[in-house]
Ligand binder design. Sequence first.
Ligand code: ATP
Length: 449
Amino acid sequence: MTQESSQEIMEKIVSLCKRRGFIFQSSDIYGGINGFWDYGGYGVTLRRAVEQLWWKEMVEDRENIEGLDSTIICHPRIWEASGHLEQFSDQMVDCRECKKRYRLDQMEDPSKCSACGSNQLTDPREFNLMMKTFVGPVFDEDHAAYLRAETCQPIFVDYELIRQTCRQKLPFGIAQSGKAFRNEINPRFFTFRSREFTQLEMEFFCRDDKAMQWYEYWRQQRWNFYTQTLGIPAAKLQVSDHENLAHYAKAAMDIEFAFPFGWGEIEGIHHRGTWDLSRHQEYSGRDLRYLDQETGERFLPTVVETSCGLDRICLMLLANGYAEDQAETRKEGKKEDVRVILRLPPCAAPVQTAVLPLSKKLAEPAARIYQKLRTFCRAEYDDGGSIGKRYRRQDEIGTPYCVTYDFDSENDQAVTVRDRDQMTQDRISIDRLPEWLLGRIHANSAFAD
Ligand code: ATP
C-alpha cells in the first residue's frame, strides 16, 4: 500500500467516524484538544460491546480471575515504587525553525525535521509522561498526585486484599478495565496514540516455575480473542517478541495489527517476574508474600500480564471493517455509486439488526418485531427515506442484518433478512427470526471464516 493511499484510508475512517458520530475530537466546538477523543452514540456502544466481550472472556467465564475497579488518582508513592516517576519518559526533540515537536524514537531521520527539512533541532530532552494534578486546596509538591499511567499498578497494590476476600489461591488473576493517562509528546494516528485512553489489563499471579507455561497459555488465549471472538484475519495480526527486555522480565511480546499506517501494538503480554510486588512490598512496608498452605513456603508470586488498549482494538475493528464497493444508485446521471461498508463482527456491532418497514404504512407490525428483537440484541428501527438509503446507512454503521417488513409479510408472516457481507436476502418466518438472528450474532467462528 502506498503512503498516500494509507493516509487516504485513515482519512476516510476518521471522516466516517465523525459523520456517523462514532468518534470525534473532544471539545469539538472549541476546536478540539490534541490527543483526546469522544465516542458518541454508535461509538460508545461499540466500545462497551468490546469491553464486555473482553470482561466476559477474561473474568466472567473464569473462576480464577477476579475484577477490580480502582481509582484513577492513587497514592503518589505507587508511582515512585513502580518507577514511573523516575523512568516513565520519552526523549523529546523540537525543530527550532517550524516548532514541530517529535518523539526521538519515532523520527525517521533524527538529524532533520521531517516537516520543514531543517537541521536546527534541539538536543533530545527527557519528558515524563505522567499527568500531574494536586489533591486538596494547596497546589504545592506535598499535594501533588498523578493520573494513573496504567491500570495495572492498583492491581498489584490491592492484590493481597483481593486474594484474601475472594479466597483465591495461586494461580489466579485480577483484571481491571479503566482509563489511563499519558502526556504523549506526539499523539497521532487518530485514537491509536491518545493522551487519555482505556486499558484492559489482567495480572496473573503464579509460581515462578509455572510462569512460562502460563505465558504461553495467555499468548494463545489472547490470540484467540482477536482471531476467533473478534474475527480479525490472522494474516493481519503478528506477534512480535521483545528483543530488549526490562531487567526483571523473562519474556515479553506484542500482538500487532496491520493498520493502514503500518504495524501497531494492540496488546502486550509480559512475564514481569516478582518486580512489581517486590517494589510495592519495599515501598509500603507490607508483607505481600503468599503463604502456600500445603508446603508452608512463603514467596512473592510471579506475574504474567496481558495488557491491551480498548481504543486501539476499536480502531482495529474500524480499520479492518472499512470497505467500499460499487452499488446501484438512483442519483441523477449515475448508475453506480460507492457503497461504504463497515464489516464489524456481529458480536461487537453497535446495531446488530435493523428493522426497516418497506413503507410507512407497515410501521405498526414492523415496530412490533423491533420491540421483540431489542429484548435480546442491539436493534434499531428506521422508517425514514427510501429502502436503498436506509440500507446504505446501516452498511456504514456496520449493521450485519437488516430485517425488511414488506406487503407480503402480512400474508406469509415472514420477513426478508439482508446479510451485509454476503448480500443475500433470506425469507425467514417471523416466529423463527429471533433464533435465526441469535445463532448468527453469536457465531463468532463462522464470522472468522
Ligand atoms: P506504545 O509502545 O505504543 O507506546 P506501550 O508499550 O507503552 O505502547 P503499554 O504500556 O504496554 O503500551 O500499554 C498496554 C496497551 O495500552 C498497549 O498495547 C496499547 O494498546 C494501549 N496504549 C498504550 N499507550 C496508548 C496510547 N497513548 N493511546 C492508546 N492506547 C495506548
